[in-house]
Design a protein around this ligand. Sequence first.
Ligand code: DQA
Length: 146
Amino acid sequence: MSATSTIFVLNGPNLNLLGVREPEVYGYDTLDDIGGRLEDQAQALGLAIDMRQSNHEGHLIDWLHEANAVRARAVILNPGAFTHTSIALYDAIKAITVPVIEVHLSNPHTREAFRHRSYVGQAAKGTIAGFGAMSYALALDAAAKL
Ligand code: DQA
């Protein structure tokens, strides 16, 4: 069975606070602002997005499994701080065949040393980081071309 036209956009901990959380680092867009623009972009590309956020690691793992089970075209994943800690997310990405694109608003490599290691990035198809909300738009363009 071929992939569907749906792209999962999964967001991890604290990203529900976008817009008010350290705006000098993450910008003033809320997650809803980003999601709204991604919906328009997806529609123009003939795709659909399914955007979700959770502060719980297990939810993100379950959603990765679900994306695979429903044959999503791709997953755009901002794992938040789980990026730097979660071998369980690394294993989940390795366990599925749907391509996962890691995104970050900020560029973790220019920040604290504890953000320099990404477990997710070691399993993901690719990573887009440092472009603010545009990181998501770039990831969606990449997902459309996979
Ligand atoms: C983030 C970067 C992470 O280091 C941080 O823990 C986040 C957000 C980003 O989008 O820039 O929560 O994933």
